[in-house]
Write a protein that binds this ligand. Structure first.
Ligand code: MN
Length: 715
């Protein structure tokens, strides 16, 4: 235990004075009475708690508050820092915080508490970026994120006290993958670096040590490299252009990242020195650059001008790498003071530095809105344009909830989604077999609305299946369409079973059995293309027992059973009103295939194959879906358009064989195109008129037997 922490426990007054002094030093406008109340509240409530280091717990919120003071945050944030662990540790309630510190601070404390409950799931790095978005989505106020970052920074500074290695590793990994990048994104570069170094030391101890050893070696080789080269720079640059020149060694983690990115070996790492030249004006930056480039050779692909083209987050600077006087590479950043402040403190810098603050800005700061809006804008922007688009969509995330699978994968669902939607979002089969759910370890009904951060486990049973009532409470299109699809299929299976039973009974009554011969007479007589559709029709009472008996009695020459369709062009059931029906051109479904209808406003219903990929576009609009079946009774002399594509060997007579095959099958060719021709093969696309799927399948089969055909498919 540190001596000072004992002191802290015994003399809280002394440490409050220190806190107050720090606030004054940083020119923070503060309600000291409220601060004092928060300080003692935190001290009292955490009195019996100790950290793993053995220090009194209250020293932690105290340290976090000081980090925020040094970042010059507002006093509400500083007070929140003092209180940030009281709710989570159960030593205070939200009602108390509200009562003593007001609504705003209570909201901040609540936000930080919520964030603290969330941990990075054990998944791959690509999930980490999703996780960062999730964190941003639940931070209603950017101060919540900054307080959380400060909290994490102090926890990282004291990480070595945690004894359990796996926990230590998990915290470090989360810091490296989520919190350090977030700190960078809000513009806190110094904090980002510190978080990275502290975390890297734990996640990859060996690399951390070897790189530091190398840095130490290089430092020894050039003991006064930095001071010598600051002098060298000062000698060549006219002092009137320059405000300040500083130099530093690069950090282990950034060196490591560079090694990975450029796959260079550690022995090759040499440019560990970076210099910063701060100028008065923008044009001075270019003057300084000119001088340096004429004196020292530059490395061409390392020159970047972020002044004329700033990074999307507003970062401005000139970067260049030169071979200095000693023949050693040195990295240089040239920028104005203002640009530097922006890089170090983010947009906060506009407000932090007194010389730039006018009264109007002070008002805005006090309102506490503009400042945070600006920081939010920065968060929204990112280096990668793809990412930029994603972040500009960040508003959308507030309409989403993010939850976790038991394995820790992040699933995003629309607000108001239920546990059942979650099940279908994970997998259709999981949805179809769902019988219950556990949310955060507790049993919950399937219509339970999901909240951000919930961990959901779906309880399944293979024998169970979706219920019609589910449609009343699921929210996502995916769940709705999958449930509908299942119910439709399930219904058909039931009708098929029923139809089979009815037929057996009818036949039994006249002492017959369902032999192949009898069935063929029936199916041909009623003009069905499969046993299944025939049974379903009986089950649905579309074929009466009388008509079956009649047919068996008078033979299949009776034609009045197959009634020609007169009402509609397409023999399709499932639409009651007189809406026009068209076959979709993307999949051109054929009689006998599983179909579904999609309503297109003003045009009617388009019939697609159930397997058509176009349907995905409509998965979120279940109201447009129509359950359709072919009206097998009213087929008539239907002939349908179908497309096939063939890859054919480039041989004499090959095409002739194809066309005669089609002719033999009694099929008309509507048109035929040769789309591609090479030395050995050519592709042909053929539009055909066929009766139904069976008809087309027969043709495909006979074409497949042709040796000259390399490949054939329906399209
Ligand atoms: Mn904490």
């Amino acid at each position: 235990m540190l001596k000072s922490s004992l002191d802290f426990a015994k003399k809280p007054e002394k440490y409050f004075v220190k806190l107050n002094k720090n606030i004054h030093l940083n020119n923070i406008n503060c309600d000291i009475g409220l601060l004092k109340k928060a300080y003692y509240f935190s001290f009292d409530r955490h009195l019996n708690q100790v950290r793993e280091s053995g220090e009194p717990f209250a020293s932690h919120p105290y340290a976090v508050a000081n980090i925020l003071i040094n970042l010059k945050l507002d006093y509400q944030s500083i007070i929140t820092a003092l209180l940030h662990d009281t709710i989570e540790d159960g030593v205070a309630t939200n009602d108390e915080i509200k009562k003593y510190f007001g609504l705003e601070i209570n909201e901040l404390v609540e936000g930080v508490t919520k964030l603290s409950k969330i941990q990075l799931p054990n998944t791959e790095l690509r999930e980490a970026s999703n996780f960062s978005k999730f964190i941003l989505a639940i931070c209603k106020d950017i101060r919540i994120l900054i307080i959380k970052l400060a909290d994490r920074l102090h926890n990282m500074r004291t990480l070595n006290f945690i004894k359990e290695e796996s926990r230590k590793y998990k915290i470090a990994k989360e810091t490296l993958e989520v919190y350090a990048p977030l700190a960078g994104r809000v513009g806190f570069q110094i904090m980002r670096e510190e978080l990275e170094e502290l975390a890297f030391k734990v996640t990859n101890k060996q690399a951390f040590q070897s790189i530091n050893k190398r840095i130490l070696f290089l430092r020894k080789q050039n003991s006064d490299f930095i001071s010598r080269n600051i002098l060298n720079l000062k000698n060549i640059i006219n002092p009137k252009y320059v405000k300040e020149i500083t130099g530093r060694e690069k950090k282990a983690y950034s060196t490591w990242k560079k090694m990975l990115k450029k796959s260079i070996a550690l022995e090759k790492v040499s440019d560990i020195y970076a210099f910063r030249i701060i100028t008065h004006t923008k044009s001075d930056c270019y003057k300084v650059l000119g001088i340096i480039h004429t004196k020292w050779p530059m490395i061409p692909d390392r020159f970047k001008d972020f002044i004329s083209t700033p990074k999307p987050n507003g970062y401005q600077s000139i970067h260049t790498t030169v071979i200095g006087k000693d023949g050693i590479k040195m990295e240089l950043q040239i920028k104005t003071k203002k640009m530097h402040q922006l890089a170090e403190y983010g947009v906060a810098s506009h407000w932090i530095y007194k010389d730039e603050i006018n009264e109007k800005k002070v008002k805005e700061i006090n309102k506490g809105t503009k400042w945070f809006q600006d920081v939010l804008d920065i968060i929204k922007s990112a280096d990668d344009p793809k990412e930029l688009i994603e972040y500009s969509r960040m508003n959308m995330y507030t309409d989403n909830v993010f939850c976790f699978t038991p394995k820790g994968d992040v699933i995003s669902l629309p607000k108001g989604a239920t546990a059942l939607d979650f099940a279908y979002a994970v997998h259709t089969n999981i949805g179809n077999n769902t019988i219950g759910s556990k949310i955060n370890g507790k049993l919950a009904p399937l219509d339970h609305s999901i909240k951000n951060g919930d961990q959901i486990e779906i309880i399944r049973s293979n024998g169970k299946h979706p219920q019609k009532s589910w449609l009343n409470f699921c929210k996502t299109g995916k769940a709705k369409s999958q449930i509908k699809r299942f119910l439709r299929d399930y219904e058909e299976i039931e009708f098929e079973k029923l139809g089979k039973e009815i037929l057996t009974k009818i036949l039994l009554d006249i002492n017959k059995k369902a032999t192949k011969k009898t069935l063929k007479i029936l199916i041909d007589g009623f003009n069905y293309d499969s046993y299944r559709s025939f049974y379903i029709a009986i089950g649905k009472a579309q074929i009466s027992s009388d008509s079956i008996l009649e047919l068996l009695q008078y033979g299949n020459k009776q034609k009045n059973f197959a009634i020609k369709s007169k009402k509609r062009n397409l023999p399709i059931l499932g639409v009651t009103n007189k809406m026009p029906i068209k076959l979709a051109e993307c999949c051109t479904p054929l009689l006998g295939e599983n179909i579904v209808g999609i309503l297109v406003e003003g045009k009617g219903i388009y019939v697609h194959l159930l397997s058509c990929s176009t349907l995905e576009r409509f998965s979120d609009y279940p109201e447009l879906w129509y359950e359709l079946t072919w009206d097998n009774k009213n087929i008539g002399n239907l002939s349908q358009l179908s497309k096939i594509s063939i890859i054919l060997q480039n041989k004499v007579g090959a095409l002739h064989k194809v066309t005669s095959c089609i002719k033999k099958a009694n099929i008309n060719i509507v048109d035929l195109n040769i789309s591609k021709r090479s030395q050995d093969f050519f592709n042909i696309d053929i539009n055909l008129k066929v009766n139904d799927l069976k008809h087309l399948d027969q043709l495909m089969l006979s074409l497949k037997l042709e040796e000259t055909i390399y490949k054939i498919k329906r399209c």
